[in-house]
Design a protein around this ligand. Structure first.
Ligand SMILES: [Zn+2]
Length: 425
């Protein structure tokens, strides 16, 4: 048992409806030995293990789209999507055939996630099975939750990154045998990188495998107009149709970006029960455009937020939520801060089938993040303002997954750590 006194802000379990948030200015929080929240209630004078006030406990953040092998190239400015892939991404990802490099970056990546307050992430590895294994191992050690897969790239890719769909399938099967369901925290996923680097047969094999093994699938969709034109030229039809024909659009599939879709395509997307990974900072950095937030919200399409590092420039989900607000407003749609918090926590968890996390509520696992806000902030609106929109906010003070501390800022600083991944000592 662990018990705390803290301020608590959490989305409602069921969504940003009539009671979108619960704010407890002085709460008693108890976590049992299995890491489950057993009490979240107003404080009534009990002795506690630790008083975390004036810190605010929030649910851990969910990053629905992030590329682990791009960890070291954040801020690599080299133009729009297709140029950026050639100039920055593919050369870096080619290095992940080296297991030592893959394992070192995996450690850095996990520290970046935990220190950002992220507790669950949907992670693209490079095309290498060994690199996917390395990051799964690091995620396990770090105590994080994740869905992970190697990217499939069986066409129009640099030689060093090209791999047959058959070999990718074999890799996913082996990784799933080893890792899928591990400690109820790790899952293996099917991840064709995107249509441009896939053959028609490769996409179909990926779709078949995800349905055969019941694995989540994810890929990029309609991010950039040059990319959409290339797909139309290569496949002779529109982008979403290519994935539909491959059996990849279903209620366990996540599509990143989704900027250039027609209304009819959005209708089909919604009917399939697919999930949008909204990556507004990446969309800005690569000049891709604005995702039509209204089209998604009006159809009740499940949304998760993606940092999309390294096209996204931050591992911090709140930074991306701030960009989501800007993006929506520019497109004529005003999002509430409560909806943003929902997207970054409970919505992301539910969208990825994790109904046991995403809020600070009894019965859920204790996936939590402790944040600092200025001393004058004493209500839910203020906490949202300073947590979601203040770009200079300090890193979270602490992050827990299932009741276990996976990041402690003060302890890290006391050991001389500056960047989150600095080794102690
Ligand atoms: Zn991406």
């Amino acid at each position: 048992m662990q018990s705390f006194r803290a301020r608590v802000l959490t989305p409602d379990l069921d969504g940003p409806g009539s009671h979108p948030l619960r704010w407890i200015p002085d709460a008693h929080v108890v976590i049992d030995d299995a890491g489950r929240l057993v009490e979240v209630a107003p404080y009534t004078g009990q002795p506690v293990d630790e008083d975390l006030r004036p810190g605010v406990l929030l649910p851990g953040f969910v990053d629905g789209h992030v590329h682990y092998p791009q960890t070291r190239i954040v801020g690599s400015a080299s133009g729009p999507l297709l140029e950026w892939l050639q100039r920055s991404t593919f050369p870096e990802e080619s290095r992940f055939s080296d297991d030592t490099h893959a394992r070192e970056v995996a450690r850095i990546f996990c520290a970046a996630l935990a220190s950002a307050g992220t507790t669950l992430a949907f992670v693209y590895a490079s095309r290498h099975e060994t690199a996917a294994d390395a990051v799964l191992d690091a995620l396990d050690q770090a105590g994080l939750r994740a869905l992970v897969g190697p990217v499939w790239m069986d066409a129009r890719s640099p030689d060093a990154l090209t791999i047959s769909a058959e070999r990718s399938e074999e890799a996913v099967r082996r990784l799933a045998d080893r890792w899928h369901g591990h400690d109820d925290r790790l899952q293996v996923a099917v991840i064709p990188r995107f249509a441009v680097t896939s053959s028609e047969a490769g996409l179909r094999r990926a779709g078949d495998l995800s349905r055969e093994l019941g694995l989540w699938a994810t890929t990029h969709l309609a991010e950039n107009t040059a990319e959409c034109d290339t797909v139309a030229e290569l496949f002779g039809r529109r982008y979403l149709q290519v994935y539909e024909d491959a059996g990849l659009v279903h209620d366990r599939s996540v599509f990143a970006h989704c900027i250039h879709l027609t209304d009819a395509e959005w209708d089909r997307f919604a009917a399939a029960g697919a999930v949008v990974a909204h990556c507004p900072d990446s969309n800005a950095f690569l000049g891709s455009g604005n995702m039509p937030t209204g089209a998604v919200v009006s159809r009740d399409i499940p949304v998760i937020i993606g940092t999309d590092v390294a096209a996204g420039r931050s591992f911090r989900v709140p930074r991306i939520l701030s960009s989501a607000y800007d993006n929506a407003l520019a497109a004529g749609h005003e999002l509430t801060p409560a909806t943003l918090l929902w997207w970054g926590t409970r919505s992301g968890a539910l969208a990825l089938g994790h109904d046991h996390i995403g809020a600070v509520a009894p019965g859920l696992d204790a996936d939590l993040v402790l944040v600092d806000v200025p001393p004058w902030v004493d209500d839910a609106d203020g906490v949202l303002a300073w947590t979601l929109f203040y770009a200079d906010a300090p890193l979270p003070r602490r992050t827990w997954v299932r009741g276990r501390v996976i990041w402690d800022r003060d302890a890290h600083a006391a050991r001389g750590g500056v960047f989150p991944w600095d080794l102690p000592g």
